[in-house]
Design a protein around this ligand. Structure first.
Ligand SMILES: [Zn+2]
Length: 187
């Protein structure tokens, strides 16, 4: 889906935990500015266990992306991925990527929200490669940050780096397309 656009603005809702976690990704000195933007869209005193209409949250995210920039948005995604609670047993990079779509869906209700689709593409000269396609309603930079956060959190012991890059040969939501594709490599 195009960036910050819900598939079903009238019905899709997001759990407050996601809004709260998004705000905790802010550096403290600008969190207040972020809260003011949220309030502008009618979101205040968020209860982590309650569901909220998703589109006003996406509208607030869009305004924050415009104000603070895409790199900043990627860092918030990374912070959230480092912190998000996952079902037990998800302790490898691949398992985290494979399970991401299920986790994403567990945070929303009320209709279509797009998907994260992961495919392992094999090993070449000791380097593993995976491909993730996202059709969710966030934005290109935020999702790249999310994958970078998972890569940092779950990279296998002894591995220097797990790299995430945007596949520029594929469509991009930043340009109005419905999906973005990311290549992850580690080993
Ligand atoms: Zn993109």
């Amino acid at each position: 889906m195009a960036e910050f656009t819900s598939y079903n603005p009238a019905t899709v809702r997001v759990i407050g935990e996601i809004i709260e976690s998004f705000m905790l990704g802010f550096p403290e000195h600008i969190r207040q500015l972020g809260l003011i933007v949220l309030e502008k869209y009618g979101i205040r005193a968020v209860d982590p266990n309650r569901f909220y209409n998703a589109q006003p949250f996406l509208d607030a995210m869009k305004e924050m992306a415009q104000r603070f920039g895409r790199t900043w948005m990627a860092r918030i995604g990374e912070q959230m991925a480092m912190r998000v609670e996952l079902p037990t047993g998800r302790h490898s990079l691949e398992a985290a990527f494979r399970g991401l779509d299920k986790v994403y869906h567990s945070k929303y209700c009320g209709g279509e929200i797009g998907n994260w689709t992961y495919r392992h593409e094999g090993v070449s000269q000791g380097i593993q490669r995976g491909r993730m396609t996202s059709t969710n309603h966030y934005c290109c930079a935020f999702d790249r940050g999310t994958l970078e956060g998972f890569a940092k959190r779950f990279k296998p012991f002894g591995i220097n780096d797990a790299l995430v890059r945007h596949d520029d040969t594929q469509p991009c939501r930043k340009n109005g397309a419905d999906s973005c594709t990311y290549i992850i490599s580690w080993g």
